[in-house]
Ligand binder design. Structure first.
Ligand SMILES: [Zn+2]
Length: 352
């Protein structure tokens, strides 16, 4: 699959981070959120046929919608570029610099929108590619092969994604469900292949079963992926015991806790005990004490309106405004914080 042309372009990118506005030096990333959505539509396909956004979000109902008591499909759609610019400007004011935007196939990616938002907010945006979980994918994908997916994903990094000339800088979030479907395995196998051919990192959206992250990591290793450049997302809603967590850590993958800011034990997508930020930090501390500092990523996975400041939410700056001070109060060193928010993102996003 490596044409000479492809090799040359890869050589030109090596060591750089590919944002939606072009290549930058890794050091320019500074404080980086590794798993967010800025422009997306995460309505389950079965809801879209309802054809409606449901009730408008007001001050009176925003908590109920955010909590999940009240269903408002429109809450799951982030499609206003000006709103996104305002929210990202707030993130800049809070000391943030860069965001990884993982709205890939199935989540209504908008590359040209991200270009406009990056320009308007002065935030570096690194865009994902590939496909989210099976049920969100175009039914036509069912008949596609690993090679066919790999060709498309490599092109999304080398030439441009989703019919634009805007290039992706990371693979993912590559989706898995329980049970893990054949289509999802083919997309994952393609991601492993394109990781080798492009030097980009892979971000995995694991299924909710607590053993699935390990299963996905093992599969990726069998496919020849470099696990030190694989990010296992959403562990705060997936793994609740140290035995599984440490077993996953020992594979070498990056462990991502990306639901910071969700402070309620109730989680509307699954009946689990969602940790709060303080509990997430305790887990981070146990991992650091076991020697895994350089395998930790944190983020907020904002993907609906009630988490935006303009709808009464915490916004993209929550980790910088609130979690970093909490980390300092709880004895995390500035070096540990810089490793998590700056050095690890630099390592992962620099194409190798
Ligand atoms: Zn996500």
């Amino acid at each position: 699959m490596n044409t000479n042309n492809g090799l040359r372009t890869r050589e030109a990118r090596r060591g750089c981070v590919q944002t939606v506005l072009g290549l930058i030096e890794p050091i320019a990333l500074a404080r980086t959120l590794m798993h967010e959505h800025i422009l997306c539509d995460i309505r389950p396909p079965s809801w879209k046929t309802l054809g409606s956004f449901g009730r408008e979000i007001t001050l009176e109902n925003r908590y109920a919608i955010d909590y999940g008591e009240v269903t408002a499909p429109g809450n799951l759609v982030l499609d206003d570029r000006n709103t996104a610019i305002q929210e990202l400007r707030r993130f800049r004011t809070d000391g943030g610099n860069s965001i990884v935007e993982l709205s890939c196939g199935g989540l209504h990616p908008d590359p040209n929108g991200l270009v406009e938002v990056a320009r308007g907010s002065d935030v570096h945006i690194v865009m994902g590619c590939g496909y989210y979980v099976d049920e969100y994918q175009d039914p036509a994908n069912q008949s596609r092969s690993v090679d066919n997916f790999a060709t498309e994903m490599l092109e999304q990094i080398e030439r441009g994604a989703w019919g634009t000339d805007v290039r992706a800088g990371i693979l993912g979030e590559i989706g898995c469900q329980t049970p893990w479907t054949g289509l999802e395995r083919r997309v994952m196998a393609a991601a492993a292949e394109v990781q080798r051919d492009s030097g980009a990192a892979v971000c995995v959206h694991p299924a909710r079963h607590p053993d699935q992250p390990f299963e996905a990591a093992t599969f990726l290793e069998q496919q020849g992926a470099d696990l030190s450049r694989v990010i296992m997302s959403h562990l705060d809603r997936t793994i609740f015991d140290d035995e599984r967590l440490f077993r996953l850590a020992d594979t070498g993958v990056v462990l991502e806790f990306d639901l910071f800011g969700i402070e309620t034990s109730f989680y509307k997508w699954a009946d689990i005990d969602m940790p709060n930020d303080a509990q997430r930090l305790r887990t981070l501390r146990r991992l650091i004490d076991r020697g895994h500092l350089e395998q930790i990523a944190i983020s907020q996975d904002i993907c609906y309106k009630t988490r935006l400041v303009c709808h009464g939410g915490h916004g993209y700056g929550h980790i910088l405004r609130n979690v970093v001070p909490m980390m300092m109060r709880r004895g995390f060193s500035s070096e540990e914080i810089a490793t998590i928010l700056e050095h690890t993102p630099q390592r992962l996003l620099a194409l190798v």
